[in-house]
Write a protein that binds this ligand. Sequence first.
Ligand code: GAR
Length: 202
Amino acid sequence: MLKANIAVLVSGGGTNLQAIIDAEKSGIIKSGTVKIVISNKEDAYALKRAEKENIETAVVTKDGRTRQEFEKEIIKILDAHNIDLIVLAGFMCILSESFTSHYKERIINVHPSLIPSFCGEGFYGLKVHRAALDYGVKVSGATVHYVNEVPDGGKIIMQKAVEVQEGDTPETLQKRIMEQAEWIILPASCEKVCKRITEEKK
Ligand code: GAR
């Protein structure tokens, strides 16, 4: 069966990457396969997760590079691996318009809130959950969306709501949202988009 080639871009722990790897193994993702994991941080634990699964890895840091050079280096790797879908899984860099328009509807991102709340430039990781708790929302969640030139502004693919509980801290809320939303809707979205891509290729 024809499969879409996936590149996962990471910066940190890589629990979402793990969810994708596990979903490919269990057959939830059947229309795509992870070909490479690219990190902008040398010490990202996500790289270890990929190595453990014998998935190729690459590190492209911003150090000493302009944004254009940084992105060019990533594109070189993507091209060399014939990548069809780029998954941003905790990738803490904003990509330029020339990058995102080159891969129109071929880049997806997971964001830990219900977009359009608590999103956009400056909202990442625990900051998102802190902002949600400060506001006092009773429901938060996660969103998977296409990536365009507006940070967290592309069309939504999937969303899942998660209840905020009394006494939550940014850490407890983050954990619940990962477990109940991100690790479910990210692999499901990967399959959905890979299926579309493979059908388009036929
Ligand atoms: C996840 O919660 C992801 O949604 C968030 O960073 C975490 C990465 O965790 N991404 C953003 O905030 C992007 N704006 P992980 O490395 O364990 O997958």
